[in-house]
Every structure is written in structure tokens, then in C-alpha cells.
Design a protein around this ligand. Structure first.
Ligand SMILES: CC(C)(COP(=O)(O)OP(=O)(O)OC[C@H]1O[C@@H](n2cnc3c(N)ncnc32)[C@H](O)[C@@H]1OP(=O)(O)O)[C@@H](O)C(=O)NCCC(=O)NCCS
Length: 167
């Protein structure tokens, strides 16, 4: 499995993975996936401090991705805070790919001078909470009934991890 930063040419592959994960309805607060055009526009808009890393199998197909964005696009006081999201096709889960994506995101985040990373995870998504806990995140809050997907309410669990500064 190759892990590399995405560019605009990856819009279709990323959209395909997100369509599968969003279609499962239980993992993410995203209720409707972007079109290829919307994803391409997003990729083109990324600043030098934001990235999507993709997991690519032999043959070049994208099987997973991890996003890193600024927590707030507008508040300079929160420029040291990033947020991530991780999405893998079902058959590639539980095989260490999420950890590999995190290693790449973490290296990028440190070079981009983030000092902490935050994630919202759906309250019922215990697998993702266990995954982020293994990466060093700790729960730091819970928003009740924050998500409605197909008429079903769910909480959002807020988790954070601090990135020690080198030196
Ligand atoms: C959640 C998800 C990203 C995790 O990625 P993954 O590739 O399955 O996780 P990995 O196999 O790399 O596991 C990484 C670590 O988390 C741990 N982990 C993963 N799932 C776990 C579980 N259900 N319970 C306990 N630990 C778990 C692993 O043991 C591993 O620990 P280690 O690296 O210290 O040995 C992936 O399963 C996924 O895409 N799920 C559907 C989409 C989703 O829920 N995304 C999150 C939305 S916020």
C-alpha cells in the first residue's frame, strides 16, 4: 500500500471511496457525498497547510484517505489547531492502513506547525473512537443529538491530541 498526498487528479478516486463510506450511513456525519467536481474544487483550494493523504493499492486505485484541514479557516487564534477525517473502503479496514495514513498526516501536520489535532466522531462509531484512541487522541466533550442521518439522531464525540513541538 502506497501512502501519498492527493492532488486534483485524485478527485474521482476520492469521491468513489467517500460515496461508499457515506452510503453505509453509520460512520460519518456526512449525509451526502460530494460530486467529483466539488471534490476537485476542494482539492484545488487547499492551502499549503492542508492536505489529503490517500492510500493507493497496486494498480493505482485509491482505497482510503485522511483529510487534514485547519480547525477554523478564519480565526488566526486557532491556526495551530487542525482537524482530520479518515475513510477506508470496508475491505481495507483493520489492516493497518488507517495507522499508515495517520503517520503521513502527522509528519505533514508537524511540518505545517500544528500543535494539536481535533476530531469529531459519531457517538455510535465506537470503532473509530477506538482507532483514534490508539493514535493518542483523548475524548474531551460530547455534543448530544448533534447529527441526524436518515432521521436517526446521534451524538458527536470530540477528541483531541497534542503534538509536542520538536526541540
Ligand atoms: C476507523 C478507520 C479509519 C480505522 O482505520 P483502520 O485501517 O481500520 O485502522 P488500523 O487497522 O490502522 O488500526 C490502527 C490502530 O487502531 C486500533 N483499532 C482499530 N480498530 C479498532 C477497534 N475496533 N478496536 C480497538 N482498536 C482498534 C488498531 O488495533 C491499531 O492499533 P495499533 O496500530 O496500535 O496496532 C476505518 O476502520 C474506517 O474507515 N472505518 C469507516 C469510516 C469511519 O468510521 N471513519 C471515521 C469517521 S470520523
Amino acid at each position: 500500500m502506497q501512502i501519498r498526498p492527493a492532488d486534483v487528479r485524485d478527485a474521482a478516486g476520492i469521491t468513489a471511496v467517500l460515496a461508499v463510506v457515506v452510503g453505509e450511513r453509520v460512520h460519518s456525519a456526512i449525509a451526502s457525498a460530494w460530486t467529483v467536481e466539488q471534490e476537485a474544487a476542494y482539492l484545488a483550494s487547499l492551502s499549503g497547510r492542508e492536505a489529503i493523504h490517500v492510500a493507493v493499492k497496486d494498480g493505482g486505485a485509491i482505497v482510503g484517505l485522511q483529510t487534514l484541514d485547519r480547525w477554523s479557516a478564519h480565526l488566526d487564534s486557532m491556526a495551530h489547531v487542525g482537524q482530520v477525517g479518515t475513510f477506508l473502503l470496508p475491505e481495507y479496514r483493520g489492516r493497518g492502513v488507517g495507522r499508515e495514513l495517520w503517520n503521513a498526516t502527522l509528519t505533514f501536520a508537524r511540518s505545517a506547525e500544528y500543535r494539536k489535532i481535533v476530531i469529531y466522531v459519531r457517538g455510535t462509531n465506537l470503532r473509530a473512537q477506538a482507532f483514534y484512541t490508539r493514535l493518542g487522541f483523548r475524548p474531551c466533550g460530547r455534543l448530544k443529538d448533534q447529527v441526524v442521518v436518515d432521521g436517526v439522531l446521534d451524538d458527536e464525540v470530540l477528541m483531541e491530541v497534542f503534538l509536542p513541538q520538536a526541540g
